[in-house]
Design a protein around this ligand. Structure first.
Ligand code: SF4
Length: 184
């Protein structure tokens, strides 16, 4: 992403959400993965910290390295960001049909099934689509979507800064996020 400002306004996004319709059916499908790469919730250090402080548990109990990496010419494997841990394919915070960290859930969960991609509102499969939503809730959702995009752009910018400095040598696997490099 670049620092260019989008022409998508809060009102325009809310209008689209009202047209599409959405009401959460509490099916829990977005919290359950059906394959290794499905429904993964990517999280940044600030998102992990919010959950960590709310539950008083360390990062490693909340998140694990995102399961995708690139391999550099020197053989070092670089992973970007983290993913909420899963247990038996489900988010570890999904319990008895509810989210244990609802108040501090990550941006992806907060804005599902929507996402802003470029100038478009992207919509993911969800049983709640087409449901009734009030103009106020659509506006709140639109604000969350824009806040999410801003948070993601900030995260990407900081990662670029981290990558602009020399990476540690002699390590085979590293996680890069907005707060630096974690060696594994
Ligand atoms: S953090 Fe909460 S909302 Fe997000 S996937 Fe896990 S249980 Fe679902």
């Amino acid at each position: 992403m670049t620092g260019e400002k989008s022409s998508l306004s809060t009102e325009r996004i809310a209008e689209r959400i009202l047209e599409i319709g959405f009401s959460c059916t509490r099916c829990g499908d977005c919290c359950r993965g059906f394959s290794d790469d499905n429904n993964l919730v990517m999280v940044s250090p600030p998102e992990i910290r919010r959950i960590s402080e709310a539950l008083n548990v360390p990062r490693d109990e909340i998140a694990e390295p995102y399961p995708e990496s690139i391999v550099l010419e020197n053989g070092t494997s670089l992973t970007f960001e983290w993913a909420i841990r899963r247990v038996h394919g489900e988010c570890r915070f999904f319990r008895d049909g509810r989210c244990l960290v609802y108040e501090c859930r990550p941006w992806i969960c907060r804005t599902y099934p929507f996402m802003i991609e470029g100038e478009e509102l992207r919509v993911f499969p969800c049983s709640g689509l087409g449901g009734s939503i009030s103009p106020e809730d659509a506006l709140a959702c639109a604000r969350d979507l824009l806040s999410r995009r801003e948070a993601e752009e900030n995260e990407e910018e900081r990662i670029r800064e981290v990558l602009a400095s020399p990476l540690p040598e002699g390590k085979e696997r590293m996680i890069v996020d907005s707060e630096g490099v974690t060696l594994l």
